[in-house]
Design a protein around this ligand. Structure first.
Ligand SMILES: [Fe+2]
Ligand SMILES: [Fe+2]
Length: 311
């Protein structure tokens, strides 16, 4: 029998599936979820804990899977669907994560970049038109320390921060969300390094870790379909306004304004997701550790965003 793979993050929500889903154990495909079941709560949690990124369906069911995806996402983005906002947020989050994984794996694919860009625009509307959307998305914990999930978190905070700053032209928000989503593209080759808390890295690991903005931007800089500002965000998101960041030691006015926003949000989610700072302490920690490295107004707004949204 022939199987095709699908991304686990696309299977969220309470909609029943009308196809069987398999996991691969060794060379064998083993039935994991039967047609008629749905991917909710504990079941999805267990899958994430196993760090399973891909599952399988029979080749002949691909059409049904596509239909499931389409329905799932349409309902999730429909402000009038009457569906619970936490379920909608989970689906939308999963789709953003899957889109980003697709670009990470194959940045040369112009169609998947375009789709990711279009959906990043829809994601901005979703966050800004539903009062509890930001909170719902931010409370989806990144238990498997997934880079694409980290991208969604940074993207969400960046949109929330831009909304508070009110200094960004509205046509820039989509690029901001997209750049934030893809900012760690350079980590795709060294996925394990990002999950080590920075204080525990050896000098050698730290050196490799710090190559990721350069690696990522070099990887995509010749690709015509990549927006220039997205490439700049990939290159500049570890810079600091005082010139103490990397790779370019750029002061604020040498950076794209979008990069400055992404850098602050990235510093915060890096603390929460990879440096194991408890969410309740993150507000205090970013104040202590990062003042001077990011605009103070960003840090203050992000502190409020945490307070307003984290359970
Ligand atoms: Fe980074
Ligand atoms: Fe990051």
């Amino acid at each position: 029998m022939d199987y095709v793979s699908l991304r686990v993050s696309t299977l969220r929500g309470d909609q029943k599936i009308d196809f069987n889903v398999f996991v691969k154990i060794g060379e064998k495909h083993v039935l994991y979820l039967r047609q008629g079941d749905s991917f909710e709560g504990a079941r999805l949690q267990r899958l994430k804990e196993k760090k399973l990124k891909k599952m399988f369906i029979l080749n002949e069911d691909e059409g049904k899977y596509r239909k499931y995806l389409q329905q799932n996402i349409e309902q999730a983005y429909d402000n009038k669907s009457g569906k619970d906002i936490s379920v909608r947020s989970e689906i939308v989050h999963g789709q953003q994560q899957a889109n980003s994984e697709e670009v990470f794996e194959n940045p040369e694919d112009a169609a998947s970049y375009q789709n990711t860009k279009t959906m990043a625009g829809k994601y901005v509307d979703f966050l800004l038109s539903n009062s509890t959307a930001v909170a719902n998305v931010m409370n989806i914990e990144n238990i498997d320390k997934n880079i694409a999930h980290h991208g969604v978190a940074v993207s969400t905070m960046a949109v929330a921060l831009a909304d508070k700053l009110k200094t960004l032209p509205s046509d820039q928000t989509q690029i901001l969300a997209l750049g934030a989503l893809l900012h760690d593209l350079g980590h795709h080759e060294h996925q394990t390094l990002i999950s080590i808390p920075q204080v525990q890295m050896t000098p050698e690991q730290m050196r490799t870790y710090r190559t990721h903005p350069h690696l990522g931007s070099e990887r995509v800089k010749e690709l015509k379909h990549f927006d220039n500002q997205v490439i700049r965000i990939i290159r500049e998101h570890e810079e600091c306004i005082d010139g103490s960041g990397y790779p370019g030691k750029l002061i604020e006015k040498k950076q794209d304004p979008l990069s400055v926003i992404v850098a602050t949000c990235n510093a915060l989610d890096r603390m929460i997701t990879f440096d194991n700072v408890p969410r309740a302490e993150a507000k205090k920690r970013i104040m202590i550790d990062r003042v001077g490295k990011h605009p103070l107004i960003h840090i203050q707004h992000l502190g409020d965003i945490l307070k307003e949204n984290i359970k």
